[in-house]
Design a protein around this ligand. Structure first.
Ligand code: B4P
Length: 193
C-alpha cells in the first residue's frame, strides 16, 4: 500500500501581545522575538519615554504620571498605537499595551477596523520578589521601591483583569518568566507554531 504523507508548512503566529507585571521581562523578550521574526515591536512604554525625552507636549503630560507609576491616559496611548498600526501590513508584537480593559476594548475595535486579529497573548508570570529585584537593579527613573510597589498594585487592579478577557477569547497562554533570558525565549518560541 502506498502511503502519501502531506507535510503542510507550519504557519507561525505573528500578531502577538505580551502581558505581565512590570519587570516580567516583556520588553526584553519582545526585542529579541521581534528581531528574529521580523515583527513590528510596539512598546507603549518605550514610545512614551521617547516622547518624554523629546520634551513634546505629549511627553510633558506623560512624565509625571510615569514617575508616579500610574497609567498614562488611555486617549494618549491609543493615539500612539493607532498611528503605528494603521497601514502596517506585516506581523506585530504589542508590549505593555493594553494595560486596562478600556484599552483592550479600544484595541479590539481598532483591529476590527483594520481587519486584523490577535493570534496569541503570552502571559509572563513571575513572583513579586524577583520582579522587585530585577527592577531595582535596572534603576530606571521609575524603578525605586515605593514606585515599583505602586506599579504592582496598578497592575493587579487594572491590568490583571485582561487575563480573563483574553482567556475568554481563547487566546491566552502562560509562560514561567523566571530563569535565564534564553530559557524564557525558548518557552515563548514554543508557543508560536
Ligand atoms: P513599561 O515600559 O511597559 O515597563 P515595565 O512593565 O516596567 O517592564 P517590562 O516587563 O517590559 O520589563 P523589562 O523587559 O524591561 O512601562 C513603564 C511605564 O510606562 C508604566 O508604569 C506606565 O506609566 C507607562 N505605560 C506603558 N504602557 C502604558 C499603557 N499602555 N497605558 C498607560 N501607561 C503606560 O525587564 C525589567 C528588567 O529585568 C530589565 O532590567 C531586564 O534586563 C531584566 N530582566 C528581564 N528578563 C530577565 C531575566 N530572565 N533574568 C534576569 N533579569 C531579567
Amino acid at each position: 500500500m502506498l502511503v502519501v504523507l502531506i507535510i503542510l508548512p507550519t504557519v507561525m503566529k505573528q500578531r502577538l501581545l505580551f502581558l505581565g507585571p512590570p519587570g516580567a521581562g516583556k520588553g526584553t523578550q519582545a526585542v529579541r522575538l521581534a528581531d528574529s521574526h521580523a515583527l513590528l515591536h510596539l512598546s507603549t512604554g518605550d514610545l512614551l519615554r521617547a516622547e518624554v525625552a523629546a520634551g513634546s507636549d505629549l511627553g510633558q503630560e506623560a512624565r509625571a504620571v510615569m514617575a508616579r507609576g500610574e497609567l498614562v491616559s488611555d486617549a494618549l496611548v491609543l493615539a500612539i498605537v493607532r498611528r503605528r498600526l494603521s497601514g502596517h501590513q506585516g506581523g506585530w508584537l504589542l508590549d505593555g499595551f493594553p494595560r486596562n480593559l478600556a484599552q483592550a476594548e479600544a484595541l479590539d475595535a481598532l483591529l476590527g477596523e483594520l481587519s486584523q486579529q490577535i493570534e496569541l497573548v503570552v502571559l509572563m508570570e513571575v513572583d513579586d520578589a524577583v520582579l522587585i529585584q530585577r527592577l531595582l537593579s535596572r534603576g530606571r527613573a521609575d524603578d525605586n521601591e515605593a514606585v515599583i510597589r505602586h506599579r504592582l498594585e496598578v497592575y493587579r487592579e487594572q491590568t490583571a483583569p485582561l487575563i480573563e478577557h483574553y482567556r475568554g477569547q481563547g487566546l491566552l497562554q502562560s509562560v514561567e518568566a523566571a530563569g535565564t533570558v534564553e530559557a524564557i525565549a525558548e518557552r515563548i518560541r514554543a508557543l508560536l507554531s
